[in-house]
Write a protein that binds this ligand. Structure first.
Ligand code: NAP
Length: 349
């Protein structure tokens, strides 16, 4: 099949670089446009970018000239890795001009007519696209990814929600430095240290799962009712967010049932064999000291969530550790998977 031309907004940043890397050999999409701020526009990608992610930048993009984030790019689909403070009006201008926008930014996550999508969890929320286009009189539309910590939490707990229902979640995160972009947190603040505060993060983690697990009723999402409490910490790891989670279920479950639900979980992206879908969305480790960021973040090409230490919790019902690659599944890889689902479901036609 002929590849679909795509653009990247915020291509020079940390998440933008992951888009460039993950799309370099994509079977369906081909990067034809790179865009960033006025600081970078007019320069080549090599001149404008401080490449900070593993591996070398793909040769094909190095000489491409960075464009401004105006909706005149030679493509129909754009991936957005813009800062939340800037993304709102830029993404709207692209959608109004007929582009499909697959975004990592938080600006439109809570808009009632914008899907907050994890393809394994709520693919039916794509039903909002028709509502969005009609209400806003747009040719194009916006689909968003969840926050990185939310994505891995919701994906890992989805099989338990389906099998047993979830009443309450308590989550403590240990989030990698790459989650703050580049240059991010100053070295002197984080070296040999843990910072028990990430602005806005706990609010996102307590809010987003309720929309993702909500039910599409007519033209609205009726949010899921459950209690979520989050503590977020920045730690001195490079990539891979670790989360210590306790969960209260609606129905009783045995340990073997909980583990079987996690291990057996497959969903629509696996059925459709989407190119970025991991064969096993959740990988359960049995060793007492796993998952670990450095050893487990590449599981499923960075698209799987790794769960371990599943055990009874004396306060809620069950507790476990989970790990996800924040800049792959939690950012660029997640937005690419969203776009693959859009294509497979006929929304890019
Ligand atoms: N890092 C993660 O783990 C992660 C996970 C999930 C979601 N996200 C979200 O992804 C987005 C990008 O994060 P990041 O860590 O990649 O940030 P970043 O490293 O700071 O990169 C920001 C990018 O946006 C461009 N930009 C900044 N201001 C702009 C403007 N006014 N107009 C056009 N382009 C502008 C920058 O271009 P210049 O180089 O020209 O300045 C750069 O390409 C954020 O919304 C973030 O919340 C990040």
């Amino acid at each position: 099949m002929e590849k679909i031309p795509v653009g990247i907004l915020g291509a020079t940043g940390m998440v933008g670089q992951w888009f460039v890397k993950l799309l370099a050999h994509h079977p369906w999409f081909e990067v034809t446009a790179l865009a960033a701020s006025a600081r970078s526009a007019g320069k080549t990608y090599a001149e404008a970018t401080t490449w900070v992610i593993p591996g070398e930048p793909p040769e094909a993009v190095q000489g491409m000239v960075i464009e401004a984030c105006d909706p005149h790019l030679p493509c129909r689909l754009v991936f957005s890795a813009l800062p939340g403070a800037e993304a709102g009006p830029i993404e709207e201008a692209f959608a109004a001009a007929g582009y499909v926008v697959s975004s990592n930014a938080s600006s439109h996550r809570y808009d009632p007519d914008v899907p907050l999508l994890i393809p394994e969890v709520n693919p039916d929320h794509l039903g909002l696209i028709e509502v969005q286009r009609r209400r806003r009189r747009w040719q194009g539309f916006i689909v968003t990814c969840a926050n990185c910590s939310t994505t891995q939490l919701v994906l890992a707990l989805e099989p338990l929600r389906r099998a047993f229902g979830i009443r309450a979640i308590s989550v403590v995160t240990m989030q990698a430095l790459s989650g703050a972009g580049y240059p991010g947190v100053p070295g002197l603040s984080i070296l040999g240290n843990v910072i028990p505060y990430i602005p806005g993060e706990e609010e996102k983690l307590e809010r987003e799962p309720k929309k993702i697990w909500g039910v599409l009723q007519g033209e609205e999402i009726a949010e899921a009712e459950l209690a979520i409490s989050a503590h977020c910490h920045r730690v001195a790891t490079r990539d891979g967010h670790l989360e210590a989670v306790s969960v209260a279920l609606e129905r009783e479950a045995a340990l073997e049932e909980v583990i079987a639900a996690l291990e057996d979980f497959r969903s629509l992206p696996q059925e459709l064999e989407l190119p970025s879908a991991p064969a096993r969305p959740i990988v359960v480790r049995k060793e007492p000291d796993r998952p670990q960021p450095r050893r487990d973040r590449e599981e499923g090409g960075g698209m799987s969530v790794v769960v371990g230490r599943v055990r009874a919790c004396p306060v809620l019902d069950w507790k476990l550790e989970l790990l996800g690659h924040n800049t792959v599944r939690g950012a660029a890889g997640g937005a690419i998977l969203n776009a693959e689902l859009l294509l497979a479901q006929g929304y890019l036609g």
